[in-house]
Design a protein around this ligand. Structure first.
Ligand code: UDP
Ligand code: MG
Length: 343
């Protein structure tokens, strides 16, 4: 069953905490304890914790289900397979019902206890309060330097102003979320999309901790993919690079042509295979690079035109309260799932 965009999400709770979870089994108990404590301190019982299980294979799903049976404030959205962090987050954001929404990672790198101060900051009149890291603990120099490089590159290339060292850890209000949920694109870079919306936002500085359990799910390969998503979804600068490089190499080519003609006229013809080979190689690689960039954008346009749903939900576990509430998209989805099973 795919989600439906026309499901209206009436905000019936003060707060939703949306947490994408991949293989996070060992941290689930601690996550639940700290998030509920932080929420209770702010909004009593008027909150939900939306755990999106992104095709986990280590028992995270079962851990989440048993938490949901213990605690009625937990909603579990079990996706059919691993769709990736940004899509899992999208699923949670589309189903949550809070007036305010906190986006959190399951590994407790971003302390849920900051909810209080972030809510206070929002009360000052901000639509979005995003966490900005002061210092990274427990992450290797490689992760730190590639992340730093990513933010520098993003700022150079992208037309929007993305603050350095911000992840998806942020508190936003319903108004912002509705704009975000209205964006249909397949390639999602959520922190950039929130930035693009342009409502009033502010940074909240904090220390990022080491993971509570497990290891990072963002190895270099995924970080590079996220960076490509980020750059190609917000900028056509890489496309423009093609024409700039084309001009540059055309100019060099003209000079080289002049040089060869002059040498030919002076009867000074050298057996210049090396230079010819070098030129061919350089031009060839530049052309391939540019073709690759064109292909990247073309592929994205192709994927977008298919208009596939972003994710497929396998199962939803929610309390009686949320399941019976008419306003709840979770309830409607469960009804749709039942109908689909009957058919
Ligand atoms: N995650 C996910 N699907 C994935 C990879 C990660 O839902 O395919 C979740 C993961 O469980 C965590 C969050 O996304 O809650 C961030 O991942 P991680 O902590 O591994 O990234 P890092 O903090 O190292 O950048
Ligand atoms: Mg993490």
């Amino acid at each position: 069953m795919s989600k439906k965009r026309d499901i209206s999400t009436e905000p019936t709770l003060a707060l939703s905490v949306v947490i994408p979870c991949y293989n996070e089994r060992d941290g689930m108990g601690e996550l639940h304890r700290r998030v509920t404590a932080a929420c209770e301190a702010q909004v009593d019982n008027s909150f939900e914790i939306v755990l999106v299980i992104d095709g986990a294979t280590d028992g995270t799903r079962e851990a989440a289900f048993s938490l949901a049976h213990m605690d009625r404030r937990i909603v579990v959205i079990d996706l059919s397979r691993n769709f990736g962090h940004q899509i899992a987050l999208t699923a949670g954001l589309e189903f949550c019902r809070g007036e305010r929404i906190l986006v959190l990672d399951a590994d407790l790198q971003d302390p849920p206890e900051l909810l209080g101060p972030m809510m206070a900051r929002m009360d000052e009149g901000f639509d979005v309060v995003y966490g900005q890291r002061l210092k990274r603990e427990g992450e290797g120099w490689f992760k730190k330097s590639t992340a730093a490089l990513f933010y520098r590159l993003m700022r150079k290339m992208v037309d929007i102003d993305l603050a350095a060292d911000t992840g998806d850890f942020r508190l936003m209000n319903r108004r912002t979320l509705e704009h975000l949920n209205a964006m249909p694109e397949q390639y999602r870079f959520i922190r950039g999309m929130v930035n693009w919306i342009g409502l009033k936002q502010t940074a909240y500085y904090y220390q990022r901790h080491a993971r509570f359990a497990g290891t990072t799910h963002y190895p270099l390969r995924k970080m590079v993919l996220l960076a490509i998503d980020a750059m190609t979804s917000f900028s056509i600068v890489p496309l423009r690079l093609a024409s700039h490089l084309g001009l540059l190499f055309g100019f060099i080519g003209l000079l080289t042509l002049g040089y060869t003609i002059v040498s030919w006229l002076s009867g000074n013809v050298l057996p210049g295979w090396t230079s010819i080979a070098a030129i061919v190689l350089v031009l060839g690689s530049v052309q391939l690079l540019m073709l690759g960039i064109f292909g990247e954008y073309l592929g994205r346009m192709y994927m977008e035109t298919k208009r596939r749903p972003l994710y497929v939900v396998n199962e939803i576990v929610a309390s009686e309260r949320s399941a019976k509430s008419e306003a709840s998209p979770v309830h409607r989805l469960q009804e749709m799932l039942k109908e689909q099973n009957r058919a």
